[in-house]
Ligand binder design. Structure first.
Ligand code: IFM
Length: 451
C-alpha cells in the first residue's frame, strides 16, 4: 500500500461509548440512563448482562489511555454520558461528571492522542424518557443545553465533535422494534416524529458547537453506513449499487437518505416522503435550515453491506450473499469492499470529507494459555477494509480518519458481553486487559511497518 495515501494529519483511532465501557453507573452524582433502567428488565439482554461495571473504564481510564498509547493511536473516539453531566437531563450541572471527561481529555492530550467526543451514544437520561424522550418537541433544546454544558468545559481542548451516533439505531431499535432501550414499539408516525426531533437536536448541537469553537472545531455525525457493494465491477452494477444505497423503496428506518439528506442537503428525500406518506409531512423550512447547519465531515459506521447487481432492466437487484460468506458473531456478512464503496458513494453524494467513525468485527477471542490473544480474522478484516479505504482515497475520496470499533471488548447492548469487538481483550471478571494480536498488528500498521 502506498505510504503517502494517508495524509500526515490522518486520525488513526479506536472508538468506544460511555455505557458500553464506563461502568460506575451511579458514581459521582450520575443520574440514571434509559440503559440503566432497561437492563433491569427481564430477558432483554443476553443472560441478563448490563453495563453497571462493564470495563470499569471510569476507574481505569489512565490504564486505558496507556494502552492506547502502546498501540500508537493518535485519536480516540469516546462518548459522553449525558446523565453524568445533567443527572436530571436538564437543569443542574453535575461538575463531578464533567471532571471525569476533563481528566480523560487531559490524559489523552498528554499522551499525544486527540480526543474525538461523541455527544450522544444512546444513554438518554431516564428522567427525559419519562418526559417523552425524543418524542418531546423540547428534546432538541434539551440536547442543545447539554451540548453547551459540555463544550463550555471541554471546548478549550476538544476540537473534534460528533453529535449523534447512529440515529437509525436509537430510534429504530429503541422506539420501533423495542430491542434496545427504552424498549418501545411506537407507531410509524411517532417514530418519524422522534427521528425528526433527533435530527433537530443534531442541528442545534452543531450551532452550539460552532458558536463556541468556530473553525477551530471539526464537527460531524456518525450515522449507520448503509453500504451497498456492486456484485461485479461493471459500470451497470456500480450504478445499481449507488442507486440502491440512496433509494427508499419501502418503509424502513434504515434508509440512509432519510437521515442524511436532511442533514447534508437540507431536505427529506422525495421517495421517502412519498412512501412514508402523511406521517412524514410536517417540517418547516426553518427546521430544515437548523438540521442542515453545515458540518465539517461525514462520519460513517461500517460493518457489513448488501450486494447489489443491475437487473435486466438496469434497476438495482439485491443479491443474497454467497453460501459460506464470512460472518461476524451477529451473522452479518463480512464483505471486504464494504468500506471502499461506502465512502466513495457517500462522498459522491454529499461532497464532504469522510471519517470512518466505526469499523470492526466481533469474534470469539480468548486468552491463550501462553497469554496471547490470537484474532487472525479481525486482522484480516481490518487489513482488507483498510486496503479498500486506501484505494478509495487514491481514487480521490478525502478520508480524514479511521476508528476501529472497538478499543476494548465491551457491553454489546442486547447481546451483552458475548460479542467481542475489541482490539483489547477484557476479562470481565477481573477487569484485566490483554492486547490482542490485532492491536499489535494495528500498531504496526499505524507506524507504517506493516502497510
Ligand atoms: O457496539 C455497537 C456500537 O455501539 C454502535 N455501532 C455498532 C457497534 C457494533 O454493533
Amino acid at each position: 500500500m502506498h505510504q503517502n495515501t494517508y495524509p500526515q494529519s490522518f486520525a488513526w483511532g479506536a472508538a468506544t461509548s460511555a455505557y458500553q465501557i464506563e461502568g460506575a453507573w451511579a458514581a459521582d452524582g450520575k443520574g440514571e440512563s434509559i440503559w440503566d433502567a432497561f437492563c433491569r428488565r427481564e430477558s432483554v439482554t443476553f443472560a441478563g448482562h448490563d453495563g453497571r461495571i462493564a470495563c470499569d473504564h471510569y476507574r481505569r481510564s489512565e490504564e486505558d489511555v496507556g494502552l492506547m498509547r502502546e498501540i500508537g493511536l493518535n485519536a480516540y473516539r469516546f462518548s459522553i454520558a449525558w446523565p453524568r453531566i445533567l443527572p436530571d437531563g436538564t437543569g443542574a450541572i453535575n461538575s463531578r461528571g464533567l471532571d471525569f471527561y476533563d481528566r480523560l481529555v487531559d490524559a489523552l492530550l498528554a499522551a499525544g492522542i486527540q480526543p474525538w467526543a461523541t455527544l450522544y451514544h444512546w444513554d438518554l437520561p431516564l428522567t427525559l424518557c419519562h418526559r417523552g424522550g425524543w418524542l418531546n418537541a423540547e428534546s432538541p433544546q434539551w440536547f442543545a443545553d447539554y451540548t453547551q454544558a459540555v463544550v463550555t468545559r471541554l471546548g478549550d481542548r476538544v476540537r473534534h465533535w460528533i453529535t449523534l451516533n447512529e440515529p437509525q439505531c436509537f430510534i429504530g431499535l429503541g422506539l420501533l422494534n423495542g430491542l434496545h432501550a427504552p424498549g418501545l414499539k411506537l407507531d410509524w408516525p411517532d417514530v418519524l416524529r422522534a427521528g425528526h426531533h433527533a435530527l433537530l437536536a443534531h442541528g442545534r448541537a452543531v450551532q452550539v458547537l460552532r458558536a463556541a469553537g468556530g473553525d477551530r472545531f471539526k464537527i460531524g455525525w456518525a450515522p449507520v453506513g448503509g453500504a451497498r457493494v456492486p456484485a461485479t465491477n461493471s459500470p451497470a452494477d456500480i450504478a445499481a449499487a449507488r442507486q440502491a444505497m440512496f433509494a427508499i423503496t419501502e418503509r424502513s428506518i434504515w434508509a440512509t437518505t432519510w437521515w442524511a439528506d436532511p442533514v447534508m442537503l437540507g431536505r427529506y428525500p422525495e421517495d421517502g416522503l412519498r412512501i412514508f406518506g402523511a406521517a412524514a409531512s410536517a417540517h418547516s423550512e426553518e427546521e430544515m435550515r437548523i438540521i442542515s447547519t453545515p458540518v465539517d465531515f461525514y462520519g460513517t459506521n461500517v460493518y457489513s453491506a448488501q450486494i447489489v447487481a443491475a437487473g435486466p432492466d438496469g434497476c438495482p437487484r439485491q443479491i443474497p450473499p454467497p453460501p459460506g460468506v464470512p460472518m461476524n458473531m451477529y451473522y452479518w456478512p463480512v464483505l471486504f469492499d464494504a468500506l471502499h464503496w461506502c465512502v466513495r458513494f457517500l462522498h459522491e453524494r454529499y461532497g464532504k470529507p469522510v471519517v470512518v467513525t466505526e469499523n470492526g468485527t466481533s469474534s470469539m477471542d480468548w486468552v491463550n494459555a501462553d497469554g496471547r490473544v490470537q484474532d487472525p480474522q479481525r486482522i484480516d478484516y481490518l487489513r482488507r477494509q483498510l486496503q479498500g479505504l486506501a484505494s478509495a482515497m487514491q481514487a480521490g475520496v478525502p478520508v480524514e480518519g479511521f476508528f476501529v470499533w472497538s478499543l476494548l471488548d465491551n457491553f454489546e447492548w442486547h447481546e451483552g458481553y458475548r460479542q467481542r469487538f475489541g482490539l483489547i481483550h477484557v476479562d470481565f471478571e477481573t477487569g484485566r486487559r490483554t492486547l490482542k494480536d490485532s492491536a499489535l498488528w494495528y500498531r504496526d500498521f499505524i507506524s507504517g511497518k506493516s502497510r
